[in-house]
Write a protein that binds this ligand. Structure first.
Ligand code: EPU
Length: 336
């Protein structure tokens, strides 16, 4: 079924609770309805508004927003080792993680409790606690409105990187993701090297799927604000990837500074949250916007802030980090 809203109020549809409006918003239950959605409501400007967890509206959207609502999860194929699972774009990401862990399927348990829907997961290659969704994606199915056709892109052609994919670049606003296919494993493959995850899992009795999921959920709840209570979009900035020489210079000043390895040679990833924290900005507030007080990578709407105010505050944080460390930090959140 298609449900269409004119002059749609977006406040309850984005986790920052920015009080913006869209000229038209269409919800659809099945990917098969997309040709009809575009025929009826197509506008020159359109984009997908999935869970609204990684988006900051700074103005009204003068076009069509598409919200997938399909909720189907099916096992497309399986053998003794693995299952190939097809998941509709509209499924809540964490509902899928729970579905998988309940069935003894390994691969995405470290990604528990990430807010958002399945269709958004490959766009920014969601990641947490040493795992990225790209490691489980087989392919991504999509609708191409310009051609009025459906297409499938195998994971190796999705140009996945750290919080990056082809869907943020050449395919941005060219395709609507409809289904994602995942490969999950039936035998244990715990990945516990990140931070204090191994300790937290051990404290719960060892590396079972249920214990890993519970540990990840508890760590996240302790650090990250609940979007149902405080408007936020998770990490606002990406962790910057810099030349090793730059990181080494900083390490001379700050020997305790965290560093993470990346696949690119001669590069290393810094923790933007640490940089913001070290610049003295954790808990810093201005008007109705603030830096979260237990995880400095997260900006929070303390109540009634506009998208424009949040974006201006973010610029200030970025500038302060640049002044202090000479490091530029890019936003992870999609600013419209
Ligand atoms: N740190 C501080 N102060 C802070 C925040 C972090 O000193 O205020 C330090 C931590 O102590 C740690 C390091 O910085 O040594 C990294 O912090 P954390 O483990 O909290 O992870 P992160 O790099 O800040 C990334 C993801 C999160 C994900 C966590 C855990 C990005 C942009 N963010 O954050 O993802 O949950 O790792 O894997 O990569 C999201 O994308 O919305 C998100 C929450």
């Amino acid at each position: 079924m298609i449900r269409s809203f004119e002059n749609a109020d977006l406040r309850e549809r984005n986790s920052f609770r920015a009080a913006q409006r869209a000229a038209r918003l269409a919800e659809y239950d099945s990917a098969a309805e997309l040709p009809e959605v575009f025929e009826r409501y197509g506008m020159p400007q359109w984009t997908v508004l999935s869970g609204g967890n990684n988006i900051l509206f700074t103005r009204d959207f003068d076009g069509l927003l598409l919200t997938p609502c399909g909720k189907t999860i099916t096992v497309a194929a399986e053998n003794d080792e693995m299952a190939i699972v097809r998941v509709d774009a509209g499924v809540e990401w964490d509902d899928f993680v729970r579905w998988a862990t309940d069935r003894g399927l390994w691969g995405i348990e470290n990604l528990s409790l990430i807010p958002g829907k399945v269709g958004a997961a490959p766009v920014q290659n969601i990641g947490a606690y040493g795992v990225e969704v790209k490691d489980s994606v087989v392919d991504v199915e999509m609708f191409v409105p310009d051609a009025c056709k459906y297409a499938v892109l195998a994971a190796e052609h999705c140009a996945f990187g750290y919080r990056e994919s082809v869907f943020k670049h050449t395919l941005r606003n060219k395709v609507v993701i409809t289904t994602v296919e995942f490969r999950l494993y039936k035998s244990p493959r715990p990945i516990l090297a990140y931070g204090n995850l191994a300790r937290e899992v051990e404290a719960r009795g060892g590396a079972t799927l249920a214990n890993i999921r519970e540990a990840v959920c508890d760590i996240r709840r302790a650090k990250l604000p609940d979007p149902a209570v405080t408007g936020n979009a998770g990490s606002f900035f990406k962790n910057p990837i810099v030349d090793t020489a730059v990181a080494e210079r900083l390490r001379e000043r700050y020997p305790e500074m965290p560093l993470y390895a990346v696949p690119e040679e001669g590069k290393v990833k810094l923790a933007a949250g640490w940089l913001i924290d070290k610049a003295g900005l954790k808990g810093f507030r201005e008007g109705n916007v603030g830096v979260h007080d237990t995880q400095a990578l997260v900006l929070v709407n303390l109540g009634g802030a506009t998208g424009g105010e949040i974006a201006a505050f973010a610029d200030k944080i970025r500038q302060r980090v640049e002044d202090e460390f000479g490091i530029g930090i890019d936003t992870e959140v999609n600013i419209l």
